[in-house]
Design a protein around this ligand. Structure first.
Ligand code: PHE
Length: 331
């Protein structure tokens, strides 16, 4: 029986045949099982010897079954690996990463929130009142020109700056007001390395009973040092905006590798012009923003510019092209 069994196992060449052989030999009706059942009839004095022989046969058969199984599996594995070099390193998975703009927006928001500013927002499709009139911008101001602003037939427009959110916030909320509003702005600019027709701003507004120019300067200097590091040089350059007086543009000194350091404009800011408070009161039909009682400062930063400075990005268009070779660097 043992010889026959071993021969059958040897001949089996797939998992099915091995299993059949096991059942035929060791199964309930298997050849060895039947012989073992005959132990009953073996004379007492021979039982020990016959038992030993049966055990030996069972062991030989079991181990033959095992090694045949292993051999078959190995052969199958080898077949599956043909033409594959299992010693090559695995392919690394590229995990997605935040877009640089998202990254800088999160950082800016988190710094300003620590300073007590709350998030606000407003519509991107605006009317002339919220984008211009309430912000003391005269009818004939160049920014209102059809050459510079996207107008709809309805007379509505795509907001040219996030400053419209200042107006909407003050219409809905009495002082003190301390808000920031990140969002898109639209201008009919010629697109080049530093201009896009859709860009990203972060507006800020602080109105209370004693807000001073010193508060404005301190707040924005602190913000820029938190964002770019304490060594960052910041300069306030006098400028003009219809809705602030005095007004400034803020420059940050950019030290890019292999380039002479240069000043880059990152924001406009100033003390809220009392004429804006008058407009707001007219719109609210109350005197909550009485120019005798409140003062305020406002700022509008270019988020795209902040990202360019932070990472030394030379061309603003890289921010919207979604080239994975560019985006991957921010992982
Ligand atoms: N709205 C101005 C711009 O887009 C920036 C600004 C905001 C200036 C708030 C002063 C106060 O250029």
């Amino acid at each position: 029986i043992q010889t026959e069994a071993l021969a059958r196992i040897e001949a089996a060449n797939d998992a099915r045949a091995i299993e059949d052989a096991r059942v035929a030999i060791l199964g309930k009706q298997g050849s060895l099982t039947k012989v073992s059942a005959g132990m009953r009839d073996v004379p007492k004095e021979d039982k020990a010897l016959v038992g030993q022989l049966l055990n030996a046969a069972r062991q030989a058969i079991t181990s033959a079954l095992d090694s045949k199984k292993t051999a078959l599996q190995d052969a199958q594995d080898a077949e599956a690996l043909k033409g594959i070099d299992p010693t090559l390193p695995g392919r690394s998975v590229h995990h997605g990463s935040l877009h640089p703009l998202t990254h800088i927006r999160h950082e800016a928001i988190s710094i300003l929130r620590r300073m007590g500013f709350a998030l606000a927002d407003g519509p991107e499709i605006e009317d002339e009142f919220h984008c211009f009139d309430a912000l003391n911008t005269p009818e004939d101001h160049p920014a209102r020109n059809e050459k510079d602003t996207f107008y709809f037939d309805s007379g509505k427009l795509l907001r040219t700056h996030t400053s419209s959110v200042q107006v909407r916030t003050m219409e809905g909320q009495a002082p003190p007001v301390r808000i920031i509003a990140p969002g898109s702005a639209y201008r009919r600019d010629e697109i080049d390395a530093t201009h896009l027709s859709v860009f990203n701003q972060l507006e800020g507004l602080y109105v209370d009973t004693d807000v001073s120019l010193g508060d404005l300067k301190g707040t924005l200097e602190y913000f820029l040092h938190e964002l770019f590091g304490p060594e960052t040089e910041v300069r306030f350059r006098p400028h003009f905006f219809p809705f602030t007086e005095p007004s400034f543009e803020i420059d940050v000194k950019l030290h890019a590798k292999g380039q002479a350091p240069k000043w880059i404009e990152v924001a406009g800011c100033g003390m809220v012009d009392p004429a804006v408070f008058d407009q707001i009161n007219g719109s609210r039909k109350d005197e909550a923003f009485s120019p005798d009682q409140v003062t305020g400062f406002a700022f509008g930063m270019g988020l795209d510019r902040l990202a360019m400075i932070r990472w030394g990005i030379r061309d603003i268009r890289l921010l919207i092209e979604n080239d994975s070779r560019f985006l991957r660097q921010f992982g």
